[in-house]
Write a protein of this length. Structure first.
Length: 390
C-alpha cells in the first residue's frame, strides 16, 4: 500500500522544466559569414553586374587594352598594309575591331578565358571573319594526352563542336594563369570574391540604414500597468504597422513619434564598431582594384597614396596591367594567324604610339640614339623595329 501511494503521488505531479537563467539570456544573430557562390555566372552577377568597383575595373582594362595600337611585322619589314590588319579593323558585320577586342578582354577578365572563332575565308587565304565566343558556354574536350582536341559551344540544349586537330584550328583560346586547372584560367573575380561580398554587404547595410531614418532609431520598451512586459497580438501588430507607415524611410527622417501609455522611448546611437563600416567598405574596394591591377587612385578611391600623382598611377596601370595583357593576346594571335595566311609574321604592340608611355619611349629613343658604340641595326633591334632592307 505504501508503494502504491508513492507511485500515485509521483504520477499525479506534473513535470515543469525551466532554466533559472532564461530571463537574462540575450540572443545574438552573429553566425557564420554567408559568401556567394564561386561559379562564373554568380561571380559575374555579383561582381560585374552589382559591384561598381569591379564593373569599372573590367571596363577600364578592356577599353584601354582594346585601344592599344598594334602592328604587323616580320624580320624584314613592318607592314603598312596587311590582310590581318584589315580583318582586325573590320572583323565581322556586327562589330568593329575595338568592340571585338573589348568583348574579348572583358570575357577574359570575367571568366579567366577568352575565345576567338575564325570563320569563312578571304581571297588571301586568311579567315573572313572573327567572332568572340562566350567563355561560360565553351567546354574543352581533352584527348588521350590531356590537350584539348575539340571545343564544344553550348547554347541551351544545342551544342556545336569545333575540331582543333586540323591544320587551321578554328578556335583561339587565351587563358589567364591558373595553378590548379589544366584547361581553364583563373578570373580576377575569383580572387576578389570575398572583397566583393564585403563591399556589397556594406552597400546593403548602408541602404538599409537609409531606409530606417538614416540612423538606428532606438528601442520602444513596453511597461504594462500590471508590471508585465508583454503586449497583446493586436497591440503589437498595430504598433508595427504605425511605425512602418509613419516613421520608417528617408521621407520620415526626423519625424517625431507619439507614444501611448505604457511605451517608453530609449534613444540609441552608433557604437564605435558600427562606425567602421565605411572604412571596411573602402578597404574592400581597394582589394577589388588590387585583384584587377588597377591603381585605386585611377578609380577615385580614398586613402591610397601609393603613387605621387595621377600621371604616375596612369603610367603604372599601362605598364603593369594593360601592356602585359595585350602582349599576351598578340603573342597568341601571332601563333594562330600565320597558319591561315601561309606566311610567318608577328602581331606586336606599337609602344611608340601609346600616349601613356610617351615619356618613357622618348627617354629610350634618346638614350639609344646617343649610344655611338651601337650600329644602326643594333639600335633598331633594341627599339623592336625590323631590320633595314638592303
Amino acid at each position: 500500500m505504501v508503494l502504491q501511494y508513492f507511485r500515485t503521488s509521483k504520477s499525479a505531479t506534473p513535470e515543469a522544466k525551466a532554466s533559472a537563467a532564461a530571463p537574462v539570456v540575450a540572443f545574438q544573430g552573429a553566425g557564420r559569414a554567408a559568401w556567394s557562390a564561386r561559379d562564373n555566372l554568380t561571380l559575374t552577377r555579383v561582381g560585374f553586374l552589382n559591384n561598381p568597383v569591379a564593373y569599372r575595373s573590367v571596363k577600364l582594362i578592356a577599353e584601354a587594352a582594346a585601344a592599344v595600337p598594334v602592328v604587323v611585322q616580320d624580320e624584314e619589314r613592318r607592314f603598312d598594309v596587311h590582310p590581318f590588319l584589315q580583318l582586325l579593323r573590320s572583323p565581322n558585320p556586327g562589330q568593329s575591331g575595338a568592340a571585338l577586342l573589348e568583348s574579348f578582354y572583358g570575357h577574359l577578365l570575367l571568366n579567366g578565358d577568352g575565345f576567338l572563332e575564325a570563320a569563312g575565308e578571304q581571297f588571301s587565304g586568311g579567315p573572313g571573319e572573327l567572332y568572340v565566343l562566350r567563355s561560360d558556354r565553351m567546354k574543352a574536350v581533352p584527348g588521350s594526352d590531356g590537350w584539348p582536341v575539340a571545343y564544344q559551344y553550348h547554347v541551351g540544349a544545342n551544342k556545336h563542336t569545333f575540331d582543333m586537330q586540323s591544320e587551321r584550328p578554328p578556335i583561339l583560346h587565351v587563358k589567364l594563369f591558373h595553378p590548379q586547372d589544366d584547361h581553364y584560367g583563373l578570373s580576377p573575380l575569383m580572387a576578389a570574391a570575398s572583397a566583393m561580398d564585403v563591399h556589397n554587404s556594406a552597400s546593403t547595410w548602408s541602404k538599409s540604414l537609409l531606409d530606417n531614418a538614416a540612423r538606428p532609431s532606438g528601442a520602444i520598451v513596453y511597461k504594462g500597468a500590471d508590471g508585465m512586459g508583454a503586449m497583446g497580438p493586436d497591440q503589437y501588430a498595430r504598433l508595427v504597422d504605425e511605425i512602418e507607415s509613419h516613421h520608417q524611410g528617408a521621407r520620415n527622417a526626423g519625424r517625431p513619434m507619439l507614444l501611448e501609455g505604457g511605451l517608453d522611448w530609449k534613444q540609441m546611437g552608433f557604437s564605435p564598431s558600427d562606425m567602421e563600416f565605411q572604412k571596411t567598405k573602402e578597404a574592400a574596394a581597394r582589394d577589388i582594384a588590387l585583384a584587377f591591377g588597377v591603381p585605386p587612385m585611377i578609380l577615385g578611391l580614398p586613402g591610397d597614396n601609393t603613387y605621387a600623382n595621377y600621371q604616375e598611377a596612369h603610367r603604372a596601370f599601362y605598364r603593369l596591367t594593360i601592356l602585359p595583357l595585350v602582349t599576351k593576346t598578340m603573342a597568341a594571335l601571332s601563333g594562330w594567324m600565320p597558319a591561315f595566311y601561309g606566311a610567318d609574321f608577328q602581331v606586336k604592340v606599337d609602344e611608340d604610339n601609346v600616349p601613356a608611355l610617351a615619356s618613357e619611349r622618348e627617354a629610350l629613343w634618346s638614350r639609344i640614339s646617343a649610344a655611338d658604340f651601337l650600329s644602326d641595326e643594333e639600335k633598331r633591334h633594341l627599339l623592336g623595329l625590323p631590320r633595314l632592307q638592303d
